[in-house]
Write a new protein. Structure first.
Length: 172
């Protein structure tokens, strides 16, 4: 399948928010409580949050769309590092990279990662950091295949529950 990748524009904020909510639910239903998922998505993935990142020159939001109908099916978000431990000049955080389940196993995740790395390099960055739920084996394995290594740990609040995250990094 030939997914389309493009830099998100202001009008894309609702679509990115929708994919954020749906993919978070798909990924964490049965792992996190339903109430925590709803609270987290409402606070962290609202359209206005994505609109702010899209407008921020220090951030990049990439939208992946289906070739038939152009519906949003995935996205990535690069932005200023936050809560990922010690940072240095040249660091950028891959805050989000998600696809809907219909795109899993198709290479879309790797394509989004390639685009994020290219964008980060074009922005003058030389190291990418990200946080991931320590028990999310599929995500951890994906990041490790992409050349990331554990550089730290953090506690991350989802709704009203704290979780243990791994912080990964890699030179870009």
């Amino acid at each position: 399948m030939r997914w389309r990748l493009r830099r998100a524009e202001a009008a894309d904020a609702p679509a990115v928010s929708l994919v954020a909510a749906a993919s978070f639910l798909e990924t964490f239903a049965g792992i996190l409580s339903g109430a925590d998922i709803v609270a987290h998505v409402g606070m962290k993935s609202a359209p206005d949050r994505f609109a702010a990142w899209i407008a921020d020159p220090a951030s990049r939001v990439t939208l992946a769309t289906h070739p038939d109908g152009d519906a949003a099916v995935g996205y990535s978000l690069l932005t200023t590092p936050e809560d990922v431990g010690a940072v240095r000049p040249g660091d950028i955080e891959l805050r989000r990279i998600y696809t809907l389940s219909l795109a899993r196993g198709t290479g879309l995740g790797a394509a989004l990662m390639d685009r994020a790395i290219a964008d980060a390099r074009a922005m003058g960055q030389d190291r990418m950091l990200l946080g991931v739920l320590a028990t999310n084996r599929r995500a951890c394995a994906f990041y490790e295949r992409q050349g990331f290594a554990i550089v730290g740990e953090r506690r991350f609040l989802v709704g009203s529950t704290w979780h243990d995250d791994r912080v990964y990094g890699r030179a870009i």
